[in-house]
Design a protein around this ligand. Structure first.
Ligand SMILES: C[S@@+](CC[C@H](N)C(=O)[O-])C[C@H]1O[C@@H](n2cnc3c(N)ncnc32)[C@H](O)[C@@H]1O
Length: 396
């Protein structure tokens, strides 16, 4: 008798015949071996439906297929630039793993959702709860225009740096030897940023502008200022990553001095930047534009009907205290924590009142997104939301 429990769906039936409605088998279109979850198979089908008449484009865009007629897909190469904590071809590849933000979602799934929404050419992809930038990393790798909104200025900076890192020339970093690394560490370690940064929702400052202000007004001039802007920022991110590792691993078997985390992470970042440069050159990827705004999902500064795809993951109500998780980061960068908390969805009010306000805010943010979606000439009319860990799609 067949033991269904021990078999994956892929072993029981040729799922590619189901995905392609009997047009192809898994000998012709091959899924990655670790595509097993039902939602992954469903998304594989949805992205296939978008590209079934242009398999060359599908090879470049697919998130879940490893091979198309014996040729490796772009996602195969992209997800082979491996990062810390990566699961298969799913997450943490390329610059996704930079800075260990708790609450990231999976790049592979985001890519499939963008495909499903049919975003192409100059279309805009929006994430109004950008967090650490996952959606925009995927949209830029697909050559699309991304707009991200994040209320937390520190996270907006993290996203901007992770995105810019895709354009850094490996040679600019490779020249930093061990002695310079120590000096760089000392610089960031001794930095006392007294900025009192508040999220000014109505100003819609970009993360890039904020980074410029920090370097010009709060970071004392030093040899670091001779490095290109993107390289300086990456060094800052490596320090922030070390600070996070130090904070979370204190008192455990893995605890180390911040300096040791910094040096170790620096070497790993270097490997990733090298990998990104190689794969972007090899495949001839033309990165799309992106804009990271420090603002609120309750007041999206985009015209009505201007956005093709919205892929987002709103705050999980009371499940996570986003401020507490990143307190070390916020304090280091001089962000006004009290002011930030008053703007954050899910953190306003106490007890039952908090849930009531959360629902009102979430509804308002969905209305804001809904007004911005562009449904003209499009088969895709959906808003993709990850609410409380489950994926829900609302038909427009
Ligand atoms: C679940 S996280 C998003 C994580 C993101 N998908 C990623 O991969 O990194 C939700 C984000 O919403 C942000 N947020 C909370 N209130 C907001 C608001 N009013 N406007 C914009 N962003 C907000 C939080 O700071 C948090 O980063």
């Amino acid at each position: 008798m067949l033991n269904l429990k021990s078999k994956s769906l892929q072993e029981l039936i040729d799922v590619v015949t189901w995905i392609t409605d009997n047009r192809y088998t898994s000998k012709e279109l091959k899924l990655f071996d670790d595509v097993k979850q039902l939602y992954e198979l469903q998304l594989s089908k949805l992205e296939y439906l978008r590209f079934h008449d242009d398999l060359d484009e599908f090879l470049k865009r697919t998130a879940y297929f490893e091979e198309i007629f014996g040729k490796k897909s772009w996602h195969y190469y992209i997800s082979n630039v491996k990062g810390k904590g990566q699961i298969g071809h799913t997450n943490q590849y390329m610059t996704h793993w930079f800075y260990p933000y708790k609450g990231k979602f999976h790049g592979q799934m985001v890519k499939a959702l963008i495909n499903f929404a049919n975003a192409k050419g100059n279309d805009i992809v929006l994430d109004p709860f950008l967090g650490s930038g996952t959606t925009l990393i995927e949209s830029t790798l697909l050559g699309l225009n991304g707009v991200g909104i994040e209320i937390n200025p520190a996270l907006a900076i993290v996203s901007q740096i992770k995105l810019d890192a895709l354009r850094i020339d490996y040679e600019d970093l490779a020249e930093i030897d061990l002695s310079k690394m120590y000096k760089i560490f000392e610089y960031f370690y001794n930095l006392k940023i007294d900025a009192n940064i508040k999220p000014k929702v109505e100003e819609n400052l970009t993360a890039k502008e904020l980074l410029n202000t920090l370097w010009e007004n709060y970071f004392p001039s030093s040899f670091i200022h001779d490095y290109p802007f993107e390289v300086r920022n990456l060094l800052l991110l490596i320090y922030l990553h070390a600070l996070s590792d130090f904070t979370y691993l204190q008192g455990t078997k893995k605890s180390k001095k911040i300096q040791e985390f910094f040096i170790e992470n620096f070497k790993d970042y270097l490997k990733t930047i090298n990998g990104c440069c190689k794969v972007i050159r090899k495949l001839g990827i033309e990165l799309g534009d992106y804009r990271v705004l420090i603002g609120s999902a309750l007041d999206i500064p985009l015209k009505d009907d201007s956005v093709k795809a919205i892929v987002t993951s709103p705050p999980y109500s009371i499940a996570l205290d986003y401020i507490k998780n990143d307190e070390h980061l916020l304090r280091y960068l001089g962000v006004d924590v009290k002011e930030l908390r008053s703007h954050m969805i899910g953190l306003k009010g106490k007890g039952k009142e908090r849930i009531r306000i959360y629902e009102i805010d979430l509804k308002k943010s969905i209305e804001e997104m809904y007004r911005r979606r562009n449904v003209q000439n499009s088969k895709a009319r959906w808003v993709g939301c990850n609410c409380l860990g489950g994926y829900k799609y609302r038909r427009s």
